[in-house]
Design a binder for this molecule. Structure first.
Ligand code: PPE
Length: 309
């Protein structure tokens, strides 16, 4: 479904609320030519206590930090972006939505050094259902190891949500889909597991969890952090600094993805090898149920993870 079929009509752009179709940039925008932008992806959930934004402060912190390697200084205070986001949700009567803040070097002059270009900032919100499909959350998905490797942090910042670097994810995701899989798993330069194109990966073996450590060229996912906490609170041992080899994927008892968009999606096969029983495994199921209980606020615990509107 495209944006035009959605019931949203407002975007916050550089301090103003503008009509959806008026939220434009110049074709000579620096970020369009060289990918010099940073973005976030956040979810607002429909809860019994009204709309609630999941881990807003953490996402905002990462948004500002993502710009550091490029000297992108977002010219707004965090409070201003918070108010703008809340107003977008309220004015469009959304109970749940995906939130996409973006900041990028804008229009002044081209040439690699963006020094003279202003940093332009925008926030859009729209309804976004299950990223990999509703069925995926229940049945799990079929993934393939990508022929595209994740770039190393000596090549491009791996822990920054930089617009330009997402071509790596786009390639991996297109390849997986072209070959009949739902999603890819991307290996790092060393050939170990980095992450999915837009997800972190968890592996279950002998009742314990493993997820690639932050030196494996992956993003420090906020869902990853949350799932580590949730799993530990459920009593699981989580090895969150793991190096996961490609071959460990095939012999895992269970595998799943985490991410803002993907939430907690089980993986039922890798390169046509069934994982476990070829469906959502019991540990994944327990953690996923707890995750949804938390984000739908059917428990009072973890209340400080939410910002209610
Ligand atoms: N790795 C990558 C490369 C990534 O893009 C994401 C989020 C994650 C891990 C998980 O991070 P977190 O959302 O903080 O748990 N991917 C975003 C973009 C998805 C898109 O298609 O666009 C997201 O989930 O919002």
């Amino acid at each position: 479904m495209g944006f035009d079929e959605m019931d949203v009509d407002l975007i916050w752009q550089d301090g103003e609320f503008v009509d959806w179709e008026d939220a434009q940039v110049h074709v000579l925008t620096h970020g369009l030519h060289y990918g010099t932008g940073v973005f976030e992806g956040v979810r607002c959930y429909d809860t019994e206590k009204g709309p609630a934004i999941f881990r807003w402060e953490e996402h905002l912190d990462r948004f500002y930090q993502s710009g550091d390697p490029y000297d992108i200084e977002i010219p707004y205070e965090k409070e201003e972006l918070t108010e703008a986001t809340e107003e977008l949700i309220r004015r469009q009567d959304l109970q749940s939505c995906y939130i996409r803040p973006i900041a990028f070097y804008g229009y002044d002059m081209l040439g690699l050094n963006p020094e003279s270009c202003p940093v332009e900032t925008a926030i859009a919100v729209w309804p976004w259902g299950a990223y990999l499909g509703e069925e995926a959350l229940e049945e799990g998905i079929d993934v393939a190891v990508s022929s595209w490797r994740k770039y190393a942090s000596s090549q491009m910042p791996t822990n920054s949500k930089t617009t330009g670097t997402y071509v790596n994810s786009v390639l991996a995701s297109q390849e997986a889909k072209a070959n009949g899989y739902t999603e890819a798993i991307v290996l790092n330069k060393e050939g170990n597991v980095a992450e999915g194109p837009g997800e972190n990966v968890f592996l279950v073996r002998d009742g314990e969890l493993y997820t690639p450590g932050l030196a494996e060229s992956n993003l420090d996912g906020i869902t990853r952090r949350s799932v580590i906490t949730i799993a530990e609170d459920l009593g699981y041992t989580v090895h969150d600094g793991a190096t996961v080899s490609r071959s460990e994927l095939y012999t895992a008892d269970e595998l799943f993805f985490t991410g803002t968009a993907a939430e907690l999606t089980p993986i039922r096969s890798v390169d046509d090898n069934e994982i476990g029983a070829g469906t959502k495994g019991p540990v994944t199921d327990e953690i996923q149920q707890r995750f949804f209980e938390i984000i739908e606020r059917r428990t009072d615990e973890y209340d400080d993870w939410f910002r209610y509107l």
